[in-house]
Ligand binder design. Structure first.
Ligand SMILES: [Zn+2]
Ligand SMILES: [Zn+2]
Length: 275
C-alpha cells in the first residue's frame, strides 16, 4: 500500500508507453494507496528527438478530469517533472504558480548541457570527476530554483554509466554531497529515492544496486527526514517496482515515512506496515 510519486504516460511524455488507464488499472491491481502522474517538461531540451519534450499544461489538467473519474477511489495526483537548466529557474517558478499541481519534481537530465542517455561521451571522463560535477550541478539546481517539492533521481548520472562499479557514492565526493543535502534540508524539499535507477542497476547485472548507505545516513544525520519513493514508470509493469525492499532498507536508517504531496502540501505514509 504505497504511493508511487513519479510516473509518465504516453499522452504527454514522448518516451512513455502506458496510457493513463493502463497506469490506473495497474495501480488498482497492486492495491496501491495513491499515484502521481508526473509528465516530462523540459524547456530548451538540447536534443532534437522528433517530439517536443514539453506540453500544454492546461490540456493536461483538462485530460486529468477524465482520468480522476476513471481512477475512482484511487487518489490520482497531478504532478510534473521539470528538467532543470539554470536559465529556466525563474520561468519554471512562474509557470508552476499558474496551475493547481499536487507535486512538482525537479530533475537534472543533463551533463555538460547534454543528456547522458544520448551523450555517452561524457563518460569518457574519470568517474569521480563526472559524478562530482553532476552533484555540484544538482546543488546549483536546488539552490537556484524555488517552486518545486521533490528532487528527482540524484543518481540519474549513473544509469547509463559504463564504469565497472557505477553506483554513485557519498565517498566519491563528500563535500559536494554535503552541499547538496544541506540545500535540500534548508529549503525543506524532498529527496527522491528512484527505484527505476535500482531496477536499471539490477538489469545491467550489478550487485551493488541499492542507494549508497552513506548518502542516506549522512542525510539522516544532517536532519533530513523527507524522502519519497518513485518508480519513474514509463510502462505499467514497473509501478512500485522494488518498493517493499527499498522501504525496508530506508527504514533501517531511521526513515519512517514515504512523502507524497496533495496540493503542494506534504503528507507522509508509513514506510513499513504497522503491526
Ligand atoms: Zn527523470
Ligand atoms: Zn521521470
Amino acid at each position: 500500500m504505497y504511493t508511487d510519486n513519479h510516473n509518465h504516460t504516453k499522452h504527454f511524455s514522448s518516451d512513455a508507453k502506458m496510457s493513463a488507464h493502463e497506469l490506473i488499472d495497474a495501480c488498482k491491481a497492486l492495491n496501491m494507496r495513491g499515484v502521481a502522474v508526473t509528465e516530462h517538461y523540459e524547456g530548451d531540451y538540447p536534443h532534437d528527438i522528433g517530439e517536443p519534450q514539453f506540453f500544454d499544461i492546461s490540456v493536461f489538467f483538462e485530460k486529468t478530469k477524465e482520468w480522476t473519474e476513471y481512477a475512482g477511489d484511487l487518489p490520482l495526483y497531478k504532478g510534473i517533472e521539470l528538467g532543470y537548466q539554470k536559465h529556466l529557474c525563474a520561468f519554471y517558478d512562474d509557470l508552476i504558480a499558474k496551475y493547481p499541481f499536487d507535486s512538482v519534481i525537479l530533475s537534472d537530465h543533463l551533463f555538460d548541457g547534454k543528456d547522458p542517455y544520448f551523450f555517452r561521451q561524457c563518460y569518457g571522463e574519470d568517474m569521480i570527476y563526472v559524478y562530482t560535477r553532476y552533484i555540484e550541478e544538482m546543488s546549483d539546481m536546488v539552490e537556484n530554483c524555488n517552486n518545486f517539492d521533490i528532487v528527482g533521481h540524484y543518481d540519474y548520472i549513473n544509469r547509463y554509466a559504463p564504469y565497472e562499479h557505477p553506483q554513485i557514492k557519498y565517498s566519491q565526493c563528500p563535500e559536494s554531497f554535503d552541499r547538496f543535502l544541506a540545500a535540500i534540508i534548508a529549503k525543506d524539499k524532498c529527496l527522491e529515492i528512484n527505484t527505476r535507477s535500482v531496477d536499471k542497476m539490477i538489469k545491467n547485472g550489478h550487485s551493488d544496486v541499492l542507494p549508497d548507505q552513506e548518502i542516506l545516513s549522512r542525510y539522516y544525520e544532517m536532519g533530513g527526514r523527507n524522502i519519497s519513493l518513485g518508480s519513474d514508470s514509463h510502462s505499467s509493469d514497473t509501478l512500485c517496482v522494488h518498493f517493499p525492499k527499498v522501504a525496508e532498507y530506508l527504514a533501517s536508517f531511521g526513515f519512517t515515512e514515504n512523502s507524497y504531496y496533495v496540493g503542494r502540501k506534504r503528507y507522509g505514509e508509513p514506510l513499513l506496515p504497522k503491526n
